[in-house]
Design a protein around this ligand. Structure first.
Ligand SMILES: NC(=O)c1ccc[n+]([C@@H]2O[C@H](COP(=O)([O-])OP(=O)(O)OC[C@H]3O[C@@H](n4cnc5c(N)ncnc54)[C@H](O)[C@@H]3O)[C@@H](O)[C@H]2O)c1
Length: 464
């Protein structure tokens, strides 16, 4: 199959690379010239500056200029001829009112429609929405194609479910492939693209209407966030309100029931990333526009946002912390482990809250996201970001600090208690947004203060 992929961010790049492994001829394009130059170089370092996913740069290097080609959006005119399918993967960020900003999407759609209208071969081509788009967008795409008089083209919805940090693995072996279309011709083309999944014993290959496919994506993502917010809104509150509740035992006891998921059964300083917050806001907006109540979703969203930053206030109120003129070590900047993505990360709100409370400096460390952080915390945009310095290890970040804040669940933070003891002396406050220190009671015994999601403030006087 000859396939075009529009937009080479996390989703477009991973998708293009993985389907090129199946032997399809894949042309992936973007408006970002620097990105395209980095991908064309085949150099893992340059590629990982943009998308850092385990195994991805290897697949790109292997298939580059054999099955996988990168080009700039201005150069697709020559290759659009003979294309069987086009995946649309542009960003769909939230507008200030929560609705999805479809401007990038419509730009891609109109650009493609203009070029497809001028094709000579006029063979069947299907335009497939991979981006997360509001219910009814495939229908809207159909309208764009009609408006440009594009002959012999269909539309489909094939939402992406990949989790960042595990994107390649999950693209190669997804839980399900959801395809929403109207015409059998279009289902056929998409079945050929995903031929190895169609009759797979473990992968559900679901064919449905475009609207159902769009709704599956929103339902799945908002349900996942609902489960995370349940643990934060109930589990964390239980542990903080009542004495002697062990969060880890609570979790094990509850999830022993086969009907209850272990995934997401943790308490944390909120779920970030480019999808959960954006998608739930969009569905709230879609419900409101359709005259439906969205109270449940609004509560889920609010709990998640509250979690991202409430530990800073708890530190002041419960632990008597004074951030003014202090130095805070911040471990973890990415929105979760195994990624350099900082979109909607809790660390963004933590940094702003700390700076707002007058910290003198923030000594940050993250195994992957430091370059990304320099972009997010650009001192040219806010001079207070000059107070952030970047360090090579947790130990180095902690040097000379008055407090520690753990914001991301990187595995390397799990055994941090020894490093804390070797780097900083008690009394010293450890604020743990991810409950990364299983032996926290030993720290407390040695005189450190420990404030975590899901526990009351622990310190020697309280514990003795
Ligand atoms: N990131 C995820 O984990 C994830 C998972 C599932 C679904 N999604 C959805 O997939 C979509 C894309 O997400 P992403 O994380 O890959 O976004 P991204 O911002 O990383 O990538 C989007 C890319 O599209 C490019 N682009 C913008 N306008 C363009 C145009 N006119 N022509 C060609 N390229 C253009 C941008 O330059 C960028 O490289 C969103 O709707 C998102 O909700 C994301």
């Amino acid at each position: 199959m000859k396939i075009l992929v529009a937009g080479t961010g996390f989703v477009g790049l991973t998708h293009a690379a993985v389907i090129s492994e199946y032997g399809h001829e894949v042309y992936a394009y973007d408006v970002d010239e620097k990105k395209i130059a980095a991908y064309c170089s085949g150099d893992p370092k340059q590629i990982e500056e943009y998308v850092n996913e385990p195994g991805l740069s290897e697949i790109i290097a292997e298939n580059l200029n054999r099955y996988l080609f990168f080009l700039h959006a201005n150069d697709i005119e020559n290759i659009i001829e003979g294309t069987d399918a086009i995946f649309l993967c542009p960003p769909t960020p939230p507008n200030p009112n929560g609705s999805s900003d479809l401007s990038y999407y419509l730009e891609v759609a109109n650009h493609l429609a203009r070029l497809l209208a001028k094709r000579h071969d006029q063979r069947r081509v299907v335009l497939i929405n991979k981006s997360t788009v509001p219910i009814g967008t495939a229908r809207r795409l159909e309208g764009v194609l009609k408006q440009h008089n594009v002959p012999n083209a269909g539309v489909a919805s094939n939402p992406e479910f990949l989790p960042e940090g595990d994107a390649v693995e999950k693209s190669r072996r997804p839980d399900r492939v959801v395809v929403g279309a109207d015409a059998e011709d279009d289902f056929k083309i998409i079945r050929r693209i995903y031929s190895q999944f169609v009759n797979h014993v473990r992968i559900r290959y679901i064919e449905t209407t475009p609207e159902t496919a769009e709704a599956i994506k929103y339902t799945a993502n908002t349900l996942l966030l609902t489960y995370i917010s349940f643990w934060n809104g109930v589990g964390a509150r239980l542990g903080e309100a009542f004495p002697n509740i062990r969060m880890e035992d609570l979790k094990r006891g509850v999830t022993a029931d086969g009907r209850i998921s272990t995934w997401g059964s943790y308490v944390s300083n909120g779920a970030g990333g480019s999808c959960f917050g954006k998608d739930i806001q969009s569905l709230i907006y879609q419900f409101k526009s359709a005259g439906q109540p969205a109270d449940l979703l609004q509560a889920v969203y609010d709990i998640n946002e509250f979690q991202k930053v409430y530990l800073v206030d708890r530190a002041i109120q419960e632990a008597g912390a004074n951030f003014n003129n202090r130095t805070v070590a911040l471990l973890g900047l990415a929105f979760k482990q195994r990624t350099n993505d900082m979109r909607d990360a809790s660390s963004l709100q933590v940094v702003n809250a700390l700076l707002g409370r007058g910290v003198k400096s923030i000594r940050a460390y993250d195994p992957l996201a430091m370059n990304e952080a320099r972009r997010f915390f650009n001192p040219d945009q806010n001079h207070l970001f000059e107070r952030i310095s970047y360090h090579n290890s947790p130990r180095e970040a902690m040097q000379g600090s008055d407090m520690l804040f753990i914001s991301t669940d990187w595995e390397e933070f799990r055994g941090l208690s020894r490093t804390i003891e070797q780097s900083v002396q008690p009394p010293y406050l450890v604020i743990d947004g991810r409950r990364m220190i299983p032996d926290y009671m030993e720290l407390v015994e040695r005189g450190y203060g420990y404030l975590a999601v899901g526990s009351p403030y622990l310190h020697k006087n309280a514990s003795s």
